[in-house]
Design a protein around this ligand. Structure first.
Ligand code: PLP
Length: 403
């Protein structure tokens, strides 16, 4: 008889949604309150102040009750007009989806081709902007952490590229899978709109998304002509002044957001970022010990959030199936790993090591992968877990507070 109720907890090691910690689940398990009353107002003011610290900004952050895709759309419709040219960079599947969304909104995206193994090349962006002497390009759009590939892009370098070209384009950055996991600085890096979502580094369920909005982006929104109603920043920012929303907000997710911010600040953002880098390094050590290949080809661009792994080839030059491996691991060990997306489908899998995650969660995750490689008869060398343990032992860790 098949075991329909596996014991122990499920390992949700996809690169988001990430595991929601008990503290956040408990924080959301309260009655929904009057969203126009004083108790809500205190909550609204708290989360609006807290979330700015996570984006490292003094500017307003708009919170939507939507998945990240809504915040992608919001960033474009608030700042641009029909037919506007936008420069986008093909880092992978999510950059491609954002470009398609821009096309559906009647924008004219120009897609700088990428190989899905490197981040956005700032030099290429600078060269293209320098050619655009008539300033027809209105925005540059980059995905900070490309969740399909485990490759990050250097946003400060993209900012410098725009400045070097003396180009007035807005800079729009997707941090849906990096915010709260990888260092990100909206103000310092001169980003005009930063887009994010709740279900990854913020450790919440899916359902909230964000736009952090610079003064320049706010000014652009006054001229922008794309139709917008639900996504319009002006009414939301006006209502937010008093801690309210112009419509019914996702109250219980906001309880969760308040708790998530408390958790991030208690640990300290820089410790959170360092923890993610440390686990990412140990994961890569494991992958290398297995004799497998990390998809990301530039060490400076390795993601702290996930590691995408290339399946080895058989004697006929065909990749072993990543989906067969993931199925074995789900069936035997109750662990979900990320599938290969878009053109990576079938030959790449992704290990998520983000959010509410520690050394032992990493050990469990990598043990599941190593046992799965054996069971699925994927050619590899043993010793990945041991290599990760050794990496953890040798890399600096912020100790837990003494009891
Ligand atoms: N951008 C990135 C980098 C993502 O990882 C995702 C989702 O995984 C999205 C955009 C789309 O967000 P959502 O699925 O929440 O709409």
């Amino acid at each position: 008889k098949l075991n329909s109720h596996p014991s122990g907890r499920h390992f949700l090691q996809i690169p988001g949604p990430s595991t929601v910690p008990d503290r956040i689940l408990r924080a959301m398990d309260y009655p929904t309150i009057d969203h126009r009353g004083p108790e809500f107002q205190a909550l609204g003011k708290k989360v609006l102040a807290d979330i700015k610290k996570v984006f490292q900004t003094q500017s307003p952050v708009v919170i939507y009750p939507s998945s990240g895709t809504g915040a992608w759309e919001a960033a474009l419709v608030n700042t641009l007009s029909p037919g506007d040219h936008v420069l986008m960079y093909e880092t992978g599947h999510f950059a491609t989806l954002w470009k398609k969304l821009a096309e559906r909104l009647s924008l004219k995206p120009e897609f700088i081709q990428g190989d899905w193994r490197h981040g956005a090349d700032a030099a290429q962006i600078e060269a293209r902007l320098a050619e655009d002497t008539g300033h027809s390009i209105k925005a540059v759009c980059v995905v900070h952490n490309e969740t399909s590939t485990g490759v990050t892009s250097n946003i400060a370098a993209v900012r410098r590229a725009i400045d070097n070209a003396r180009h007035p384009a807005l800079l729009l950055v997707d941090t849906i899978s990096s915010l709260g996991s990888i260092d990100y600085r909206h103000d310092e890096w001169g980003v005009d709109v930063t887009i994010s979502g709740s279900q990854k580094g913020l450790m919440l369920p899916p359902g909230l998304s964000f736009n952090a909005v610079s003064e320049k982006a706010l000014a652009a929104s006054k001229q922008a002509k794309l139709p917008r109603a639900f996504w319009a920043w002006d009414e939301i920012i006006a209502a937010n002044q008093n801690g309210f929303w112009p419509y019914t907000p996702a109250t219980n997710l906001l309880y969760g957001l308040s708790e998530a911010c408390d958790m991030l600040f208690e640990e300290g953002l820089s410790n959170v970022f360092a923890r993610h880098q440390r686990h990412a390094l140990a994961t890569r050590e494991a992958v290398q010990a297995w004799g497998l290949e990390v998809l990301c080809q530039n060490p400076a661009e390795y993601s702290g959030v996930l590691t995408a792994v290339v399946m080895p080839k058989d004697a006929n030059g065909q990749h072993h199936s990543a989906d067969a491996l993931r199925k074995v691991i789900l069936n035997h060990f109750n662990m979900s790993l990320g599938q290969g997306l878009g053109k990576l489908s079938g030959w790449v899998f992704r290990i998520g090591h983000l959010g509410d995650f520690n050394d032992l969660t990493l050990c469990g995750t990598l043990s599941g992968v190593e046992m799965g490689l054996d069971l699925a008869k994927v050619p590899h060398q043993r010793g990945g877990v041991l290599a990760a343990l050794s990496s953890l032992a040798h890399s600096a860790k912020v100790p837990l507070a003494q009891a």
